[in-house]
Design a protein around this ligand. Structure first.
Ligand code: HEM
Length: 421
């Protein structure tokens, strides 16, 4: 948004109070969209909007504004905007290695077991292909070609670019999913439903109105794509932040390990252990806050014209709840830009909730997998630190700057995992 013209209200529909509208795609600093959002939030206050090509986007900032909007004005968030790309997609002991694929495969297997009641070996070509398609799309989502495609779809669809690759990957995913559930349909036993896909197919065969209206094949594909898309990369990226941060702050890693020794010992970690582990719980919360993996959540769109805090928001506008601004809100976090587990601890070392901790968003359209994600994070994190101590290679810098993508992910890094057993 460098050198933007201020106060360009001309294309904005009339309302009680016009929003400050700024910039457009040509002036946008594409390399740093999230940081730029924050800078803009500081300059323009809690609600601002901008034009990205043909579409208008409204950004809501700061925990107080987000709480008011997400909890009290659910109608602002009732739909997903008609954004073209969204519519189209609906090892060795002590030796350095990159753990990204293993972590990704472990998390993917959780979704695979819910959907198909099976797991893949980490080297299985099917899981590698599945992960490859999703991971590539997450990276491509924020590429300039996709921004252009979302902004000027009728023009950009004729040009070559990343949007083509995304659509090709989605097609690959859909083919995989179709082949999988077609096979499962042949084996279906209504009286012995093994997994989510079986349950869906059983509903389909009930012959009720809802069977044809909701439980049709297209919805099954969307459901499976959504669960993979929403549940795979998010959790594994958070775990990659977790290991990177533990390598960066070995004294914090050691404190977590001491608590694991005291509470869990050498047994398998269970969710029941969490309430006796305030320090570990605080560290996991701080990993999520600092990692800030979904800084702009997922775009929303109101189904009707609405006035929010005196601002007029027309039906169909893209609305962004900038979770980043809540997770870095200095009114709620003492050291917003530092990794500081004490944000979630009281002076006696007990776990302390912080209401601005909203990495899953809040309200009716918040993350559907929050409970599952929290379980996965606790169980994976404690199992990993129970069995290994992580440290970096001698000359590694351990850069905490995120890479650009649909999520804030750590840059690729190598780890040394030293067995504790
Ligand atoms: C650390 C892990 C995760 C984080 C930080 C996270 C965060 C989010 C966020 C910010 C949203 C957008 C809410 C909005 O629309 O504003 C979302 C949506 C969603 N998430 Fe998650 N998520 C995580 C893991 C998961 C998992 C494991 C699943 C399921 C397997 C999942 C399923 C979903 C679904 C289905 C939605 C769409 C909900 C809707 O549109 O109504 N998420 N998540």
């Amino acid at each position: 948004f460098k050198n933007q013209k201020r106060g360009n209200y001309k294309n904005f529909p009339p309302g009680p109070r016009p929003l400050p509208i700024i910039g457009n795609v040509h002036q946008m600093d594409i390399d740093k969209p999230y940081r730029t959002f924050m800078e803009l939030a500081k300059e323009y206050g809690t609600v601002f909007s901008f034009h990205l090509g043909m579409s208008k986007t409204i950004v809501l900032c700061g925990y107080e504004t987000l709480k008011d909007a997400l909890l009290n004005h659910a109608e602002i968030f009732s739909e997903r905007p008609d954004t073209p790309m969204f519519t189209a997609t609906s090892k060795g002991h002590g030796k350095p290695f990159d753990n990204a694929t293993n972590i990704n495969a472990a998390v993917t297997n959780i979704i695979v077991s819910i959907l198909l009641s099976k797991r893949f070996d980490y080297e299985d070509p099917t899981i590698l292909q599945l992960m490859g398609l999703f991971n590539q799309n997450v990276k491509l989502f924020s590429s300039p070609a996709v921004v252009l495609y979302n902004s000027y779809p009728s023009l950009a669809k004729w040009l070559p670019g990343a949007h083509e690759k995304i659509l090709e990957n989605v097609k690959g995913l859909e083919d995989f999913i179709k082949a999988t559930f077609t096979k499962q349909k042949q084996e279906l036993d209504i009286n012995d439903q093994r997994n989510l896909i079986d349950a869906f197919l059983a509903k389909q065969q009930e012959g009720k109105t809802e069977s044809t209206n909701y439980f049709h094949n297209e919805n099954l594909i969307s459901l499976v794509v959504d669960l993979f898309g929403a549940g795979m990369e998010t959790t594994s990226t958070t775990l990659r932040w977790a290991i990177l941060l533990m390598m960066k702050y070995p004294e914090i890693q050691q404190k977590v390990q001491s608590e694991i020794e005291q509470v869990i010992g050498s047994t398998h970690p269970q969710m029941e252990h969490r309430k006796q582990m305030p320090y570990t719980d605080a560290v996991i919360h701080e990993i999520m806050r600092f990692g800030d993996i979904a800084p702009a959540a997922v775009p929303h769109s109101p189904t009707q014209d609405i006035t929010f805090r005196g601002y007029f928001i027309p039906k169909g506008t893209t609305v962004v709840a900038l979770l980043h601004s809540a997770l870095r809100d200095k009114a709620y976090f003492e050291k917003p830009y530092e990794f500081y587990p004490e944000h979630f601890l009281d002076s006696a070392g007990n776990f302390k909730k912080n209401e601005a901790f909203i990495p899953f968003s809040i309200g009716k359209r918040s993350c559907a997998g929050e409970t599952l994600a929290k379980m996965e994070l606790f169980l994976f994190f404690t199992s990993l630190l129970q069995n290994f101590t992580f440290h970096s290679t001698p000359d590694a810098e351990l850069d905490l700057t995120p890479t650009l993508g649909a999520t804030n992910a750590p840059k690729p890094y190598e780890i040394c995992a030293v067995s504790r057993r």
